[in-house]
Design a protein around this ligand. Structure first.
Ligand code: TPP
Ligand code: MG
Length: 549
């Protein structure tokens, strides 16, 4: 029995749970896409642009564990590369396949379209080398081995991989997969594990107060359940915004979203003043740490990272998160320390239902209050991210943002991917007008697939987050004024529920209507003042401005 290279690849993607492949076709890739259309269990999602496909594959992978996009050589793949770089930075595993000129054309060095006309067919792969963890060119007979190699690497590193497929290679016959894809477990050094647990035991026994700080690597390395076990041992715990949703924010011992010196007092003191701070999958970046203003001593405490652990700065190599975290939990449970006092987070004031003009503080309070455990929030960089990140979520509510790579325009296509990945969980996209202008065309893709997310578009007349940092009235922070209300219908969502809100009262009514209307796309244009920013951003912006100068 044989299969084709394309079918081999698609069956491996199916095995990884991929049910949707994103991209834009090109003449080189059409035959490959025929096979995608013919493959049961895989749906082709044609996006308006390749960058949207890359962001969508990323949002999809954050929900399903793996994503895929197919682009055409040169023009298509380079349009996607910013998205792939974001997945690389934020550790989202996916496969970018680009289909290019046939091997025969390559051999003759022909000056074919989508090349630079110099016979170099490897140039664009080189552009991907620095933003993928594995890359290759598919050729018979080792195409199956290459596919398996790059997929295994992407899974192990939680990073994207890249494959170039000459257009004639997809149809070549190869043996079908004989066994499941090999998953590489991280290496565990038994000696270091023993030394690590001894060090943790001593540290836990002498600690007067212990707290946990968790971040996004918990999610990427699949240890949410293990983290829940650790905090269930009775430890106060906080989360870094990039890892928001890895902890239950309604737990009585939840101490809030930590942002270094910009955190609320309760959160900051819980983390910074703990005698022993256990950091789980923490990777602070400037946008999540109040510009690296964390108050806990660097290196002190217990630090659990994907492949190594540290205790008071001592490194234990090859003691990976999946092993170190349960080990720490066992030792914390065995130690009967002082029962902690639950942190007292202040709840926001009751909603102001008057007709006063909508403010950012009110907007994010109201949006967060309206969420349930069935929602998945996607927050774009800008006031949306800073506004929602610090608000407390209901148990089970998911969160996607891109504060490390921070490429505006990411949110809307990521919501497309996330909504396709889990149709049962309604996406709530929070996006600024400036960001939306980069990738709004994917609203058409959302409509074409009859998806029903709620989009809250903050219309504040331009780049407010940038105004807060520099140039409040500079022309470069202005954008073209669009008729946002007309856009959903123009882009194919004729039956969308579209609302514009200018007051607190109108926003509350719109959110009620949005949550009641689950069978349609909902688009809320929320108008706020161009200088109005959430408190966290206001504090952060002062620091950014100083650092940039
Ligand atoms: C691709 C890309 N280009 C430029 C930037 C710089 N940038 C960061 S935020 C931002 C403005 C965002 O404005 P908007 O989406 O309207 O948000 P808000 O006004 O609510 O802050 C810009 C231009 C970026 N992060 N990514
Ligand atoms: Mg704006």
């Amino acid at each position: 029995m044989t299969t084709t290279v394309t079918r081999y690849l698609l069956s491996r993607l199916r095995e990884l749970g991929v049910g949707h492949v994103f991209g834009v076709p090109g003449d080189y890739s059409l035959a490959v896409l025929d096979e995608v259309l013919d493959t049961p269990g895989i749906e082709w999602v044609g996006t308006a642009a390749e960058l949207g496909a890359a962001y969508a594959a990323d949002g999809y992978a954050r929900v399903k564990g793996f994503g895929a996009l197919v682009t055409t050589f040169g023009v298509g793949e380079l349009s996607a590369v910013n998205g792939v770089a974001g997945s690389y930075a934020e550790r989202v595993p996916l496969l970018h396949i680009t289909v290019g000129p046939s091997q025969a054309m390559e051999d003759t060095g022909a000056s074919v379209h989508h090349t630079a006309g110099d016979g170099d067919f490897t140039r664009f792969a080189r552009a991907h080398e620095s933003v993928t963890c594995a890359h290759g060119v598919l050729r018979a007979p080792d195409a199956p081995a290459e596919i398996d190699r790059v997929l295994t690497a992407a899974l192990a590193h939680r990073r994207p991989a890249y494959l170039r497929m000459p257009s004639d290679v997809g149809a070549l016959h190869v043996p079908p997969p004989r066994r499941p894809l090999v998953r590489v477990d991280p290496i565990v050094d038994p000696g270091n594990l023993v030394r690590f647990t001894d060090a943790v035991r001593r540290r836990v026994a002498s600690a007067e107060s212990t707290a946990v700080l968790a971040d996004y690597l918990v999610d990427r390395f699949g240890v949410r359940a293990e983290l829940a076990d650790l905090v269930a041992a009775g430890l106060p715990h906080a989360v870094v915004a990039m890892g928001k949703s890895v902890l239950d924010e309604r737990d009585p011992l939840f101490a809030g979203v930590y942002a270094g010196a910009l955190s609320d007092d309760v959160t900051r003191t819980t983390v910074d003043d703990a005698d022993l701070l256990i950091r789980v999958g923490v990777h602070l970046v400037d946008t999540t740490s109040g510009g690296f203003s964390q108050g806990y001593p660097d290196g002190a405490g217990i630090e659990l990272q994907p492949w190594e652990a540290r205790v008071d700065g001592e490194i234990f190599a090859d003691v990976p998160l999946a092993v170190s975290l349960p080990a720490v939990t066992e030792l914390v449970r065995a130690h009967h320390g002082v029962t902690p006092t639950p942190p007292r987070l202040t709840d926001p004031p009751p909603p102001d239902t008057t007709c006063s003009a909508l403010t950012q503080e009110f907007l994010w309070d109201a949006v967060s209050r309206s969420l349930t455990g069935e929602h998945l929030v996607i927050a774009e960089q800008g006031t949306s991210y800073f506004g929602i990140a610090s608000r407390r979520f209901p148990s089970g509510c998911g969160f996607i943002a891109q504060p490390l790579w921070g490429s505006i325009g990411y949110g809307l296509p990521a919501a497309l991917g996330a909504q396709l990945a889990d149709p049962a969980r309604r996406c709530v996209l929070l996006v600024g007008d400036g960001s939306a202008q980069l990738t709004i065309q994917e609203l058409g893709t959302i409509a074409r697939h009859d998806l029903h997310p709620v989009v809250v578009l903050v219309n504040n007349g331009g780049y407010t987050v940038e105004r807060a940092i520099h140039g409040p009235r500079a022309a470069y922070n202005d954008i073209a004024a669009w008729d946002w209300r007309a856009l959903p219908a123009a882009l194919g969502a004729e039956n969308a529920l579209v609302m514009t809100v200018r007051t607190n009262h109108e926003l509350l009514a719109a959110l009620d209507a949005a949550h009641a209307c689950t069978d349609r796309l909902v688009f809320i244009e929320a108008i706020t003042d161009l200088d109005d920013v959430p408190e966290l951003l206001r504090r952060l912006a002062e620091g950014v401005s100083i650092r940039n100068s």
